[in-house]
Design a protein around this ligand. Sequence first.
Ligand SMILES: *Cc1c(COP(=O)(O)O)cnc(C)c1O
Length: 386
Amino acid sequence: MTKYYQGINSAMIHGGRLPEDAAHAVNVPIYQTSTFRQFGIGETVTWEYTRTGNPTRAALESLIAELEGGQAGFAFASGMAALTAVLSLFKQGDRLLISSNVYGGTYRVLDKIFSHFGITYTIADTTDLNALEQSITPEVKGILVESPANPLLTITDLLGVADLARRHHLVSIADNTFMTPYLQRPLELGFDVVVHSATKYLGGHSDLIAGLVVVRDQELACRLAFIQNSTGGVLDPFDSFLLQRSIKTLGVRMDRHVSNAEQVAQFLIRQPGIARVYYPGLPDFKGYAVNQGQARNGGVMMSFELKAGYAYQKFFKALKLIVLAESLGGVESLVCHPATMTHAAIPEEIRRKVGITDGLIRLSTGLEDPEDLLNDLAQALSASKS
Ligand SMILES: *Cc1c(COP(=O)(O)O)cnc(C)c1O
């Protein structure tokens, strides 16, 4: 189909469409069906069974592929199902390099599930390209990074990692959940695979669980399609529809999320009760320059550390507007306590070493009026002072 647009906002609304359906619906219909009629044995069919392919899901898959600039997209029932499919590209004896503050669930599935199949991992400092290259042994076949990473917003030089991966014939995988293709496109920086927990900003309304994968070349596309159909963790037609509905407003949502986050970060750095603010949009943040070179801006996610004398339990109890919950990326502001929630699966000594202290609070700034968010944070901070 001819494209009558250039920009990513137009792509989010008009991209990835399948040919028109019989009723000429403006939106992709929900094909709520497990199977499709066949007209004869051996005759070619476009759709046969929804695990293998479904038009509503296929529209979403081609949309995310277009937004990330990849060859093909795949939709899964969760971010972890997406990661599990991607990790299934590896085989017994293979080793992956992962960064030390990778998403807790990613660490857990590698440590407790894939290790049983002989696929191992090495925790590496992906911010130091020389050290990273040193940790490549003959059995290393892949590298998995997040930038910014969870929960300290650590920035990895994606161009550098992609280049290193290419030189050592490693499959490079970027979990782009925190940024979305609106803010950062790892395939354009040379990565092979992009993974999303679409549960977060892509879904954006805290009402669905989904995962997406995009690959850069046809060979990976064929392998991923085979894995998706064989292991079966696919996204259902209704959630595939909902996710397309969400993605149409991704650009406007992210613009407001980021502007609210910038105001919150500026507020937090001035508070006496706060020891540190980790936010890639602050010019004195460690990875600021690298992030500016590979992403549109500093994104939304931030973490901050309470000073001694401020009790995190009281802080969470006192919040009135901002919701204490797992997850991120919703229209409502969400906070969590990484040490006991998202990163509880990571052994304590590793946690402390990388800086996930008890006073660390992660914030996903929502779309509320910024003044209301600042007021809530201010009153919770004063209530937490012991
Ligand atoms: C939430 C999350 C995941 C897991 O996604 P689910 O949709 O919860 O299965 C993976 N990576 C990152 C960075 C996440 O934030």
